[in-house]
Design a protein around this ligand. Structure first.
Ligand code: VAH
Length: 315
């Protein structure tokens, strides 16, 4: 890898993946890109609307990119608010990246798929070969992403890889438009306000992963020998699985006056359509996936960092 392009670089994952890549690969140029024209971010940055193929081609040509981490997408809840835009960004944008990748013979394209490819008909603890039956536009776009990645790999020998990411918990950039955002918002509101009203029921259990484990997984998959991979874009990874109530109880052990309430909204039906646990045997065997953060370690790190940020802001 000589030059990496990260699309969606200002999002929850991208804002941490870019600095991690720049630290991990000192001799590699990491170009951040997103739709924002002029953000205040360090390092090379290009405003790129991934739905415009010419803009995708221009940035790949300008920097002689050989590897793309393509993160630009609308998430599940935002996708249900605007399904047309979700399709255009999540499928049209990926198609542009794959087409330019084919034309410029990129070495590797890494994409995030999602547990959203599963649906109400999916049994718990599904593997990569379990039925995908999404009921959200986001989930449908991720099924298409997996199938497009496999198609470009088979037909054009383009190396496209991906992970079905669970909900991601992080403290640096708040997620936007996701169904699992409650698992992040609860920490911010607990530290800042001492209370939080979840938009899901207290018994809602979903698979989650702490951000640093998710980023390590994306990089480990990107670095894996292709000969070791039995799958392309559909690897499951599993780290945590907790209910909203279990999360509240752990937060309350650190913030004892934390008041948690539950008032499900339209996102409950999305959460209910996803499995609560995942079989990630393949990722563990093919490219050495394992999670470092359990629930307590994640809660400790989230509360500590958000408290530090709050104290810094107040000083
Ligand atoms: C969402 N955070 O909530 C994303 C993710 C599994 C969930 O894909 O839409």
């Amino acid at each position: 890898m000589d030059t990496i392009l990260v699309t969606g670089a200002l999002g929850q994952i991208g804002s941490e993946l870019v600095p991690t890549l720049r630290t991990r690969y000192e001799d590699v140029e990491v170009v951040a890109s997103d739709i924002e024209p002029d953000p205040d971010v360090p390092g090379p940055y290009e405003a790129v609307d991934v739905t415009d193929r010419a803009q995708v081609e221009a940035v790949i040509e300008k920097y002689d990119v050989d590897t793309v981490f393509h993160l630009a997408a609308l998430l599940s809840a935002a996708g249900e608010q605007n399904p047309d835009r979700a399709f255009n960004v999540n499928v049209g944008g990926l198609h542009n990246v794959l087409e330019v990748g084919r034309e410029y013979e990129l070495d590797r394209i890494v994409i995030p798929s999602s547990i959203a490819v599963y649906g109400p008909a999916t049994p718990d603890n599904p593997s990569e070969r379990t039925i995908r039956s999404p009921t959200t536009m986001y989930g449908i776009t991720k099924v298409l992403a997996e199938n497009l990645g496999a198609y470009y790999h088979e037909k054009y020998d383009l190396d496209v890889r991906g992970i079905r990411l669970p909900g991601i918990v992080s403290h640096k950039t708040r997620p936007n438009g996701g169904t699992t955002d409650y698992a992040v918002d609860a920490f911010y509101e607990a530290v800042w306000e001492g209370e939080y009203t979840y938009f899901v029921r207290e018994d809602t259990r979903l698979p989650m992963v702490y951000m640093s484990d998710a980023i390590d997984a994306l990089i480990a998959l990107a670095e894996a020998d292709e000969s070791d991979l039995q799958y392309q874009c559909e690897y499951n990874i599993s780290a945590l699985s907790f209910t909203a109530k279990e999360l509240s109880e752990r937060i309350e052990e650190r913030i004892n006056e934390f008041d948690a309430r539950y008032d499900p909204d339209e996102r409950q039906s999305i959460a209910d359509s996803w499995p609560s646990t995942l079989d990630d045997t393949a990722a563990r065997s093919d490219w050495g996936w394992s999670a470092e953060y359990d629930l307590d370690k994640m809660v400790d790190e989230m509360v500590h960092n958000l408290r530090q940020r709050t104290e810094g802001a107040l000083s």
